[in-house]
Design a protein around this ligand. Structure first.
Ligand SMILES: *Cc1c(COP(=O)(O)O)cnc(C)c1O
Length: 360
């Protein structure tokens, strides 16, 4: 059996080219006589790998020199704690609750200080992004926090919130490198890489230099101290070395594809195929208000749970996998990250049309 179209929300598809390259280098990385997995993270060869990965990421995202790039462990969820521990000087932060991941981050921050939920879309099952042009930002807030693309609910911030001068912190796990981004608008961005960039186990944090502090909250573990990680160039301890190597290959792949403008163009085309179909379908319907639709995660339902289950089962048999919606939402969700080819989305829509004809 060959490769299938994997619509998983994460870990998700990686570009086939990248997997093949990694396979070719598995036993002997470019004449080193060993796999990257077996290599000292202090070796010259590995130093080259991590430095080049950082350089390529900086180029792709146009990251200014006054921002540090950290390759860390513990997934995005670990950052839910690391962010308040390092940034909550006044022990106050404002959170915009647009889904489960934002809520989890908010709850975690509540362990370290006063976390305020200043806006939420919970009233309509997180199917939209609240108006964030005039929020009750706390006077002494250390930062304002958003989850920029809501993986589970399929919404995306198209306009960043007006933080009234406060630092913006964003979880970009599921929209990382999907389109150009103006890094200067944020104090800190982070994302687990298993959605759009590489294997689980790596989280990338991009932080403005002046936010690195010698004195995070008391009791902050050394490993969660951004200043220490930054001073050590992400090599304080053994990093997730193989994962970072794969991320580096994906950065190169995106560069070859034409960078983030080209990614955006491609992602918009892919998403349009699916959304256009959903808008005219008599059986399926999207669950998100149009203006806030994500390019990456597309939830949809038939309105009948049994039919949803039948769809997921038959789609799987047709080589279209992991279309079941998140356990908290039900229905279906197609995650169509950077590595999902156009043909994958076309195959999905063809299958949906066929299913519609057979079941209506
Ligand atoms: C998947 C995801 C997370 C959790 O990532 P882990 O690496 O499993 O901790 C957090 N935020 C968003 C937006 C996600 O999509």
């Amino acid at each position: 059996m060959g490769r299938i179209y994997n619509f998983s929300a994460g870990p998700a598809m990686l570009p086939e080219e990248v997997l093949k390259e990694a396979a070719d280098e598995m036993l002997d990385y470019r004449g080193s006589g060993m796999s990257v997995m077996e290599m000292s993270h202090r070796s010259k060869v590995y130093e080259g790998i991590i430095q080049e990965a950082e350089k390529d990421l900086r180029e792709l995202m146009n990251i200014p020199d006054n921002y540090k790039v950290l390759f860390l462990q513990g997934g995005a969820s670990q950052q839910f704690a690391a962010v308040p521990m390092n940034l909550m000087k006044n022990k106050v932060a404002d959170y915009i609750i647009t889904g489960q991941w934002a809520k989890k981050a908010y709850q975690e921050a509540g362990k370290y200080g006063k976390a305020n939920a200043i806006a939420s879309s919970a009233d309509k099952t997180f199917s939209y992004i609240p108006d964030c042009s005039e929020l009750p930002i706390s006077e002494d807030a250390d930062y304002v926090y958003i989850c920029e693309n809501n993986t589970i609910y399929g919404t995306k911030f198209k306009t960043l919130p007006n933080t009234k001068g406060k630092i913006l912190v964003a979880d970009i796990s599921s929209c990382f490198l999907s389109e150009p981004v103006d890094v200067t608008k944020y104090g800190l961005l982070f994302g687990g890489v298993q959605k759009n960039i590489g294997p689980a186990g790596v989280v990338i944090t991009i932080i403005r230099e002046d936010l690195l502090t010698e004195e995070p909250l008391e009791g902050t573990p050394t490993m969660l101290n951004y200043k220490i990680q930054s001073d050590a160039n992400s090599l304080y301890n053994t990093p997730p070395a193989y994962g970072i190597y794969i991320c580096g290959k994906v950065f190169k792949w995106i560069k070859r594809m034409g960078g983030l403008e080209a990614m955006k163009d491609r992602n918009e085309k892919k998403a349009k195929i699916l959304y256009d179909f959903l808008d005219e379908s008599k059986l399926f319907k999207g669950t998100v208000v149009k203006e806030d639709r994500s390019l990456m995660n597309v939830p949809f339902v038939t309105g009948n749970e049994e039919l949803d289950a039948k769809f997921v089962k038959e789609a799987k048999a047709a080589g279209l996998e992991n279309l079941k919606g998140h356990r908290t939402v039900g229905g279906m969700r197609a995650s169509i990250y950077n590595a999902m080819p156009m043909e994958g989305v076309e195959a999905l829509v063809e299958f949906m049309k066929k299913f519609e004809n057979e079941n209506i």
